[in-house]
Design a protein around this ligand. Structure first.
Ligand SMILES: *Cc1c(COP(=O)(O)O)cnc(C)c1O
Length: 359
């Protein structure tokens, strides 16, 4: 089955193969070697200095990394401004709300650009704000939010920036220093082409909470994980097979030319997909200039339900992805993560045409 959902992804042979050799005790040196390799590999993708940046590995999906950032880093007298323009921005709000952390929301319609003037105004008029939380690639619609400009507004006010890069880390530009990022959440099973079960936060070391700070969480306490992992240790049982796959996937990414090469590969596949779909009358929700290379949302053909399209394509070996919330009846989504090839994309386009013809 070819997976066109935004993770988990189709694995390369070499990454899949690691799963056969994943019986490993996490209290042995071999495991800590693996952990060190992954931590180093994650920093190398964006050439981050290990003295300044801490990669912190967690067991859990991408949401665990989002929740870890918010619950570990926002102090008790802090307040978060959440920027929402899709499902994942809204998830940040639900996390802060769940933990009783003071927050305020800058809300946009799904798919809309972030209003930078409004953001500047809020940062100016609410001095108690300590953190801004924003999604880089809002997978709901495929929009790539302008974290560079959001970050420079935060920097000017001395506000920490928490970024959900779960569906962009490894395949889009992320300028940690230049954009003023404090912490960034990512996961193994999207653009890094690993296996679900491990997520991570890349945290600026000088933003680690002090030892006396009381985090809002036990299991997701980044300080606890970071201290342990810096000393070749780990607080709790990790997703060992996911570690094995991630180490190999990071090697593969480096050999293939890093995030820039992956971005170009995704760009070409997405362009091929979009061109082909446009030829059969299916257009994108957002213009190219607002979109990531990773995923496109397309408008469903008039009179054609998502389920009919999905089921017809599944019969032909392809999994597409539904819209969420109010977009459910309007769109479907195509992600190009994983081992997807131009040939497979061609077969996909032929299959879409067949499904539309035969109903
Ligand atoms: C996939 C995704 C997440 C996390 O989802 P999980 O199901 O917890 O892995 C978070 N943010 C974005 C932008 C995502 O695309």
């Amino acid at each position: 089955m070819i997976l066109l959902n935004p993770g988990p992804v189709n694995l390369s042979e070499r990454v899949r193969h690691t799963l056969l050799h994943a019986e490993l005790c996490h209290r042995e040196p071999e495991f800590y070697d693996l952990q060190d390799t992954i931590r180093q590999g994650l920093l190398e993708i964006y050439t981050l200095d290990p003295e300044r940046w801490a990669p912190i590995l967690l067991a859990g999906s991408g949401t665990a990394a989002m929740e870890a950032m918010v619950t570990s880093l926002v102090p008790s007298q802090g307040k978060v401004l959440v920027i929402e323009n899709g499902v994942y921005g809204e998830r940040f709000s639900r996390i802060t709300q769940t933990h009783g952390i003071p927050y305020t929301v800058q809300r946009h319609a799904w798919g809309e650009a972030v209003d930078l003037e409004a953001l500047a105004h809020t940062l100016e008029t609410e001095p108690q704000l300590s953190h801004v939380a924003v999604v880089h690639h809002e997978t709901t619609t495929g929009r790539l939010n302008d974290v560079a400009r959001i970050g420079s507004l935060c920097k000017a006010r001395g506000v920490h920036l928490l970024v959900d890069a779960v569906s962009s880390f490894g395949a889009e530009a992320l300028d940690f220093e230049g954009w003023g990022i404090t912490a960034c959440a990512g996961t193994a099973h999207k653009c890094l082409h690993g296996v679900a079960g491990t997520s991570f936060v890349i945290l600026r070391r000088d933003a680690l909470p002090s030892a006396e700070a009381r985090p809002h969480t036990l299991y997701l306490d980044l300080d606890h994980y970071c201290r342990a992992q810096d000393q070749r240790d780990i607080p709790f049982t990790p997703a060992v097979p996911s570690y094995c796959a991630l180490a190999e996937a990071l090697d593969e990414l480096a050999e293939q030319g890093g995030w820039q090469a992956r971005r170009e590969q995704y760009r070409q596949l997405t362009q091929q997909g979009q061109k082909g779909l446009e030829q059969i009358g299916i257009g994108p929700l957002l213009p190219d200039r607002d979109s990531s290379v990773v995923l496109r949302a397309y408008r469903l053909p008039p009179g054609f339900s998502y389920n009919r399209l999905h089921d017809g394509l599944k019969q032909r070996g392809f999994i597409i992805y539904a819209g969420q919330g109010p977009l459910t009846p309007e769109i479907f989504r195509i992600a190009v993560m994983g081992t997807l090839s131009p040939k497979e994309m061609d077969r996909f386009l032929t299959s879409v045409a067949q499904v539309l013809e035969t109903g």
